[in-house]
Design a protein around this ligand. Structure first.
Ligand code: CP
Ligand code: NVA
Length: 307
């Protein structure tokens, strides 16, 4: 993986994804044991954030510091990007100072441009199309809970968004069945469905898409949702709240899933997406996912830097 960009999990093989998850689990053990481990001594990461963030920003800064490196937070008001300077020039300049770039952007094409124009590895920390770091953390949490990924059935109930697209990229590659319910107007993007379907056929897994949440959660070991209104979609709030009626995850919904079902959400969460009874229950592994964000970004940075 040395020298590669990390923009979408469609670019990563099953072995690479499994390796990143296993490395993240190893890093978690090291950090819990307070072991000194500084392979990024003298390395720096430029973190471009065009959107808000709690988990991604804090987990990355903390994780890179633990590894002996230095992470610079560059918010949209801090650098010339978007106001006074092109993405291309920004990518070239940042590559001269930093060992690696991480970016949270609006348009996915922006992170692709950074990847093409930058001369150091670029990590996608969320674009409007994908959120690959989140999927690694989620799959790590599933592996910790169930001891495996292969054969797990994951049901998505909600918006066909960036977080779902990344699950669709990686799920079939690790042997997971994916069952999706979205309102008709909020399905995943066609090209993502097509690529995910190809992977599912190749790996002998299920990819099922419906508008009926109860149908989607049938037999699911994991029920996942996310915000109904992603960053940048605030103007659509009223319409979306109407269209997603019936999509709230509840214990009642869970009765249609497998007995051992768990709940996941990448956070931040609103109670209309999942009620408190589920969100704060023993079935909920949302805070494990959040914690795992740190180990997964550390593993990705180390692998891309060949450390
Ligand atoms: N899940 C996630 O990416 O959270 P933040 O927006 O807080 O980084
Ligand atoms: N789908 C959400 C994820 C936030 C972490 C968004 O893009 O805003």
């Amino acid at each position: 993986m040395k020298g590669k960009n990390f923009l979408t999990l469609f670019d990563y093989s099953s072995d690479e994804i499994q390796k990143l998850i296993d490395r993240s689990i190893e890093l978690k053990v090291k950090m819990k044991n307070e072991e000194q481990y500084k392979p990024l001594d003298g390395k720096s990461m430029a973190m471009i954030f065009q959107k808000r963030s709690t988990r991604t920003r804090v987990s990355t800064e903390t994780g890179i510091t633990y590894l002996g490196g230095h992470a610079l937070f560059l918010g949209s008001d801090d650098i010339q990007l978007g106001k006074n300077e092109s993405l291309k020039d920004t990518a070239i300049v940042l590559s001269r100072f930093n060992s690696i770039i991480l970016a949270r952007v609006f348009a996915h094409s922006d992170v692709l441009t950074l990847g093409t124009e930058g001369t150091v590895p670029v990590i996608n920390a969320l674009s409007d199309k994908y959120h690959p770091l989140q999927t690694l953390a989620d799959f790590m949490a599933i592996k910790e809970r169930f001891g495996k990924l292969e054969g797990i059935t994951l049901a998505w109930v909600g918006d066909g968004n960036n977080v779902l697209h990344s699950i669709m990229a990686a799920g079939p590659k690790v042997g997971m069945n994916i069952r999706i319910a979205t309102p008709k107007a909020y399905r995943p993007l066609d090209d993502v469905i097509e690529m995910s379907r190809k992977e599912a056929e190749k790996n002998g897994t299920e990819l099922f898409i419906t508008s009926d949440p109860l149908e989607a959660v049938k037999g699911a070991n994991v029920i996942v949702t996310d915000t109904w209104i992603s960053m940048g979609q605030d103007d659509e709030k009223e319409q979306r709240l109407k269209e997603f009626k019936g999509y709230q995850v509840t214990m009642e919904m869970g009765k249609h899933a497998s007995d051992d079902w768990v709940f996941m959400h990448c956070l931040p969460r609103k109670p209309y997406e999942v009620d408190d009874e589920v969100f704060y229950s023993d079935r909920s592994i949302v805070f494990d996912e959040a914690e795992n964000r740190m180990y997964t970004v550390m593993a990705v940075a180390l692998e891309l830097l060949g450390k």
